[in-house]
Write a protein that binds this ligand. Structure first.
Ligand SMILES: CC(C)(COP(=O)(O)OP(=O)(O)OC[C@H]1O[C@@H](n2cnc3c(N)ncnc32)[C@H](O)[C@@H]1OP(=O)(O)O)[C@@H](O)C(=O)NCCC(=O)NCCS
Length: 192
């Protein structure tokens, strides 16, 4: 049986350290994820929403020594109707336009405070992007608080660019967000 993922600071006698790895999260991870969520965000996601995302897949956890240290939640949506229409128009006009591609979304990314600055978010983000690329996403978007320097730097390192400022996106604190986007090479949404 797998551990709950909640850290026991004393460890377990005779327990062999587990190698670090990334895997799909499941409902057994919910308690550990909720603890990290509460430690990381002023407006944490409720258990119900996290549970639903765990059921849907595209939820990766980073685990080391049987302790969950961080996670990323990825979304994927089909191309918007006008993107499909544009592609259809191009094919009617005999132009070899690219197929409209689905869009990726980084919905949530968090690393427990005591495990930060060890490259865990980078590994999680790389996994999420690879997952989306495999599913033929053209571009990936995310929202981030305008004053979240750590996350902004991380996303910029991965090639995300600010495309808009969203006023009072985090309405409970009245804070603005940046909408950031990264397009994979040769994606048609690079033209927008
Ligand atoms: C943002 C967050 C996920 C980064 O996690 P992490 O595991 O510490 O990040 P990494 O160690 O992978 O760092 C990767 C890069 O991000 C940037 N970065 C991370 N933390 C940083 C900090 N405190 N200050 C400045 N840059 C930072 C750096 O460029 C870093 O590269 P470097 O270490 O080579 O300089 C983490 O701080 C966190 O969980 N914050 C609270 C939740 C949150 O804001 N999530 C993002 C929501 S949009």
């Amino acid at each position: 049986m797998r551990s709950s993922g909640i850290e026991n600071p004393m460890g377990h006698p005779g327990q062999r350290p587990q190698t670090k790895h990334i895997r799909y999260g499941d409902e057994q991870d919910l308690e550990a994820i909720l603890a990290i969520e509460a430690a990381c965000f002023a407006q944490p996601w409720p258990a119900e929403l996290l549970g639903r995302r765990l059921e849907q897949g595209s939820f990766f956890v980073y685990e080391e020594a049987q302790v969950i240290r961080g996670y990323i939640i990825i979304g994927l949506r089909p191309p918007r109707p006008w993107e499909q229409l544009r592609q259809q128009l191009q094919s009617w006009l005999g132009r070899a336009g690219k197929r409209a591609e689905p869009y990726g979304h980084v919905l949530n990314l968090a690393v427990a405070p005591r495990y930060r600055r060890r490259g865990i978010a980078g590994v999680l983000l790389r996994t999420g992007l690879a997952y989306l690329r495999q599913r033929r996403a053209g571009c990936v978007e995310l929202e981030v608080r305008v004053n979240n320097e750590a996350a902004l730097r991380l996303y910029r390192n991965f090639g995300f660019q600010i495309v808009a400022r969203l006023p009072r996106y985090y309405y409970q604190q009245g804070e603005d967000a940046y909408l950031m986007r990264k397009c994979f090479q040769s994606s048609p949404c690079l033209d927008r």
